[in-house]
Design a protein around this ligand. Structure first.
Ligand code: TYC
Length: 102
């Protein structure tokens, strides 16, 4: 006869412990030198924004100093930061892109 444990099966215990993955905001920071058009292109290319939405986000960053481009699991957020920084440096712009836990 099987022994019945109060704690339930191993699978049930694991399911109870599973937490949703930590999510990270990816932000663009304002600076005085990166062209507005370059920032709009970055938002379209790496954050799947249409031109209108990309322009709104760019203007918000320009006005407020920073703005959220999207929210992603950690590895996706860090890859986006790296790709954006590589693209900006290659183009000779000082654009800053950072991530922060939600
Ligand atoms: N402030 C920049 C300019 O006037 C534009 C800009 C917007 C730069 C957003 C960075 O994340 C940024 N050309």
């Amino acid at each position: 006869m099987a022994i019945k444990h109060d704690e339930g099966t191993v699978l049930a215990r694991q399911e109870q412990k599973l937490k949703p993955p930590a999510m990270y905001k990816v932000l663009l920071l304002n600076d005085d030198y990166t062209p507005m058009e370059f920032v709009v292109m970055i938002l379209q290319e790496y954050f799947s924004k249409d031109r209108e939405n990309a322009t709104q986000i760019m203007l918000m960053v320009h006005r407020d100093g920073k703005g959220v481009c999207g929210v992603y699991p950690k590895d996706i957020a860090s890859t986006k930061v790296e790709l954006v920084l590589n693209h900006a440096r290659k183009a000779g712009h000082p654009l800053q892109c950072v991530m922060e836990e939600v």
